[in-house]
Design a protein around this ligand. Structure first.
Ligand SMILES: Cc1cc2nc3c(=O)[nH]c(=O)nc-3n(C[C@H](O)[C@H](O)[C@H](O)COP(=O)(O)O)c2cc1C
Length: 257
């Protein structure tokens, strides 16, 4: 299974075999990380896997999942660092899925590492992972239908549809799916939906969620061998989407127009 296929196969796993995974698999994660593409390479990040040899995992905060391993992503605290963290961690999740491992984001867990703190790196997200207890038990992702997520302005090209499907399948905290898309033939504009019930606009994990979703889009683009540009446009004010805020646009490379 490659990373693109993993977008379709992935689901949160909350029951694990408690045997540790092989050392070579853990090494594989760190090799993969050297090739994983951050959204903002200038933001320093690092990942660690717990428990370290012979130790207990000892996370702080709250983790609702018992797993043999937890991967913690640490980052500098800068503008867009959570977006960047979500983008990198989803690539790790897809890598783990492609290797037959299950995982679950643990939004309320944290790992405090004083020596990393001194270097200006703090824990953004923890991911529980290991071999799933019930490996065959894949279930269909519960997601909003495309028509509910998208406002179609033109008939999109097939490639745009495939990128949107990868976006639609992305996991999000509490399955909130905070994204909405305004779709044209060769581009789509991404908006953040205002949450219902008067909650604060950007929930705690929204920026991270958008990073996760953009990683799926870029992975699909890579699989389809298409160049896409992800840019924030200045002249987007003509698009009205009530109760939504503009985030970024995904534009097909000129040769595919
Ligand atoms: C940022 C983020 C935080 C999450 N935190 C938790 C968590 O603390 N506990 C948990 O069981 N699942 C957590 N999840 C998993 C989501 O609940 C899950 O991805 C979503 O319901 C969609 O289901 P699926 O992953 O099976 O497709 C989190 C997901 C994301 C993206």
């Amino acid at each position: 299974m490659n990373l693109y296929e993993a977008i379709y196969a992935r689901h949160s796993v909350r029951k694990f075999c408690m045997e540790p995974v092989e050392d070579k698999v853990i090494d594989g994660i760190f090799h993969f990380l050297q090739e994983a593409k951050p959204l903002f390479p200038e933001i320093r990040i690092c990942c660690r896997v717990y428990p370290e040899r012979g130790e207990k995992p000892r996370l702080s905060g709250f983790s609702n999942v018992s797993a043999p391993h937890y991967l913690a992503l640490f980052s500098e605290n800068k503008e867009k660092s959570e977006l960047n963290a979500g983008y990198v961690m989803e690539q790790i999740v897809l890598y783990l899925t492609s290797r037959g491992l299950g995982s679950c984001y643990q939004g309320m867990a944290k790992k405090h590492v004083p020596e990393l703190k001194q270097e200006g790196l703090s824990c953004v997200m923890v991911l529980a992972f290991g071999y799933p207890k019930n490996p065959g038990k894949g279930k269909e992702a519960r997601r909003l239908p495309m028509e509910e997520l998208c406002a179609f302005k033109n008939q999109p090209k097939a490639h745009i549809r495939e990128l949107l499907e990868a976006a639609r399948l992305a996991p999000s905290s509490l399955n909130s799916q905070p994204w909405r898309f305004v779709v044209y033939e060769n581009r789509f504009h991404i908006f953040s939906r205002k949450p219902a019930g008067g909650r604060h606009w950007l929930n705690k994990y929204d920026e991270f969620n958008f990073g996760v979703m953009l990683a799926n889009v870029m992975e699909a683009a890579e699989e389809l061998w298409i160049d896409v540009e992800m840019i924030k446009l200045d002249n987007i004010t003509h698009i009205e989407l009530p109760n939504n805020r503009y985030v970024i646009s995904v534009i097909l490379g000129l040769d595919k127009w």
